[in-house]
Design a binder for this molecule. Sequence first.
Ligand code: 13P
Length: 261
Amino acid sequence: MNKKYRKTIIAGNWKMNLVPSEVKPFAEELRSLLPKTKTCEVALLVPFTHISTLRRSLKDNRISFGAQDVSIHEKGAYTGEVSADMLADMGVHYVIVGHSECRQYHGDTDFTVGQKAAAVLEKGMSPIICVGESLEQRERGLTMEHISYQVLAALSFIPEGKERQIVIAYEPIWAIGTGKTATDEEAQEVCAHIRAVIREKRGARVARSVSILYGGSMNPKNAKGLLSMEDIDGGLIGGASLKPKDFSQIIDAVAEVTGEE
Ligand code: 13P
């Protein structure tokens, strides 16, 4: 399976951090630290309130931006929700769907995650579909079954021909915000499994073109090992994405892995 068929993406998930007035200084510092050559796509996934400031602060297109969730509804009486249409109108490129925190705290299910992914695609954006097992599922040997089901459920909402626009993020729940990372091999094993599930359902050409990211305590120290793995095409980074220096060092790790200067 060859990495040349897919994009490498380093995406920062800010979660509910920073305030809008901190966005511009952050973007400026990050831009000054980014390598000249474009080794990978860099994206920042920020709270809804930060999107327009981020868009203005980026000036050129070296950094893509996106949101962390979206409504399953198109429009109407859904107080507090934000639709795919609204995000597309703001120039958003990526939308995270099914983050384990949204599954845990906001009642997202495999089916609402699929609906959200479809809504995002429908408006021409790319969903970053998150999947991942809990510690108990891992300890009971249920990881692969759980991941298969999550991927199959999401795929069932993705129209044929649109698969190349999706990104999958494997985020083991036990590794998120804990400082405990999956080993390179553990992460590779699950990412390869995700690709095999896609291959089985949608064929080899599709499977080789879908970018699969790893997320869960990725940092400048462990990034290179993880990013060297055959089926890991980037990272979805939480804590370390709030520090421009750490985030840019993770981006540098892509250049080290690909041998680019
Ligand atoms: P951390 O990098 O803070 O573990 O968060 C990972 C994550 O949830 C990204 O979506």
